[in-house]
Design a protein around this ligand. Sequence first.
Ligand code: SF4
Length: 293
Amino acid sequence: MIQYEGSIWRPPSEARSLILQASIGCSHNSCIFCVSYKQKRYRIRGAEGIQGDLEGLSEQYKSTVRRVFLADGNALAIPTNEIVKILQLLHDELPNLERVGIYGYAKDVRDKTSKDLQVIKNAGLGIIYLGLETGDDELLRWAGKGIDSNENISACLKIRDAGIALSLTIILGLGGLEKSENHAKRTAEVLNRIDPEYIGALTLMTPPGTRIFDMVSTGEFVPMKPIEILIELKMLVENLSLTNCMFRTNHASNYLALGGNLPEDKMKILASLNKAIESGDESILRPSYARGL
Ligand code: SF4
């Protein structure tokens, strides 16, 4: 029986993966928009905890597992030798395992050497999901992200150099209307420098328990309207210049689910955005009550 502790979060593309908690919580846990791990104190669960989870699974079930996602928040903060132990265990125990994914945070990548990442890749890590959020340094500071764009870029390039697939998330609406243009343009610049395999755009949510919820309650921060978010997304896509990237807005927080490969599908994505923006019809968008984290 798998021992899950608290709420479990995973990227949309890991919906069919076996989720295992390599760590509990997030070692940073200070972003003003993030509610995911507020109730948890960061600690490493490691190979021992995962071994306990695997012991409870039948051999028949184990043979069906193709993908594993290692939670929680930034399990990549775990020391390299422990991550390697976890990966070896997974590949030993799950005969048909094809890919292991993990959440990472730029500071934790910074604390690993290129050799560490290479060793982790060779032990069988397939993809790292990293929350870039924005390319605007002022916004990163304001959001309590604890890193700047240069640190995000060098962490991401280190991952790419190690040959590990990289999936980045950015947050539409993070700066409100006033900072929207800067946010879109700076974020596109940073994404262009990194040129990742995957980008997922989320839309800012302001759930209770976050600092941003308090700011909305007092009027200090005004969330953007759905059409304003689409205009920001359009500005972002217009400024993207990537070589081979799967771009998606399929997260449940978004008003409009779009997707395609960039650069080939850029015009198609922009055409869909233009259509939605020009219609001004919010009824074709996902209603606010149906958006979720
Ligand atoms: S957004 Fe990521 S780094 Fe920030 S608190 Fe949440 S899990 Fe941690």
